[in-house]
Design a protein around this ligand. Structure first.
Ligand SMILES: [Fe+2]
Length: 301
């Protein structure tokens, strides 16, 4: 499949006001009101990148992956059909919420929901951050990346991402968790864009339905200001400021109202020629920093 990038994320929340405060006042995204109390969060000229929908509980619901054309979409559907993989088309109402021409949904073996779409619909108004974030790194790189959980069926999920969805392995980490337990595996994958990884899977559970998403801002000052906004807003950090080995992102992680974290960073590496990039395994995640913080009793934002 010819996936070009992460197009959108759908998040269900039982506390829309809390998400609005987090998305707008913390992340600096631009709110757009949608039908049925949907809160769209805008990062660029797309109508939205995050759709927060009222939901009975907190849940990361789905990741939208962008295909460039209807032909690529049809081909993706044919591939699923040929492999006997269950999928379904979005209803007219669901398509309208996502502001695309068409999408279909499919689950990976770990139960993460993926949506394949083509033809984003937008008025192409610019994103003006209400709190003055200078901008977000999106465009041809997609909106960022998502790290999904695969506590079971890790190998089958790896196979699904690479053999079915067409992602390619960028790098891997086997986190040493101590002498008596097996390492926690993490694998990072790229699609057809220069972002070092658009999706990753980690071999541990998360009741929120995802581990984290990346919001990449346009300057280091935006990261620094974000770090101190989080402190002022008493939004708990999961991981302190640090620099990743694989994508060289300088970032910190904070808890979203839904319970997965948001990585807020800048400086992500872009790879124009993947043929020159051998897969590698790093024995740690970061060059410096990124220290884990004791989790809060209940994530608050
Ligand atoms: Fe990340």
């Amino acid at each position: 499949m010819d996936i070009r990038g992460m197009g959108y994320a759908i998040i269900g929340s039982a506390d829309m006001a809390r998400w609005r405060r987090f998305g707008v006042d913390m992340l600096g995204l631009m709110p757009i009101e949608g039908e049925n109390d949907t809160l769209y969060l805008k990062m660029d000229e797309r109508h939205f990148r995050y759709a927060i929908v009222p939901h009975g509980s907190e849940a990361y619901l789905a990741t939208g992956w962008e295909l460039p054309t209807k032909a690529a979409f049809d081909e993706a559907e044919s591939e699923l059909k040929a492999r006997g993989i269950e999928y379904s088309h979005g209803s007219a109402e669901e398509v309208a919420l996502r502001k695309v021409q068409q999408f279909l949904r499919v689950s990976d073996p770990a139960g993460n929901r993926h949506e394949l779409f083509w033809g984003a619909i937008s008025d192409h108004e610019p994103c003006i951050s209400p709190i003055g974030v200078s901008g977000f790194v999106t465009g041809a790189l997609g909106m960022g990346h998502v790290v999904l959980n695969a506590p079971a069926a890790f190998d089958a999920t790896d196979e699904f991402l690479t053999q079915v969805l067409g992602f390619a392995l960028s790098d891997l980490v086997n986190f040493n968790m101590g002498p008596d337990v097996p390492p926690v595996r993490i694998r990072f994958y790229h699609c057809n864009n220069p972002r070092q990884h658009s999706v990753a899977i980690v071999e541990m559970p998360n009741p929120a339905g995802a581990d984290h998403v990346l919001v990449e801002v346009k300057s280091f000052d935006d990261v620094g200001r974000g770090l101190y906004r989080a402190e002022d807003m008493k939004i708990p950090l999961q991981v302190t400021l640090g620099k990743h080995i694989n994508d060289q992102m300088v970032s910190f992680y904070m808890y979203s109202p839904t319970g997965f974290t948001v990585e807020y960073g800048h400086g992500g590496r872009q790879i124009e020629d993947w043929s020159q990039e051998p897969v590698f395994e790093a024995t740690r995640g970061s060059l410096w920093g990124h220290r884990f913080v004791a989790p809060p009793q209940a994530p608050e934002a």
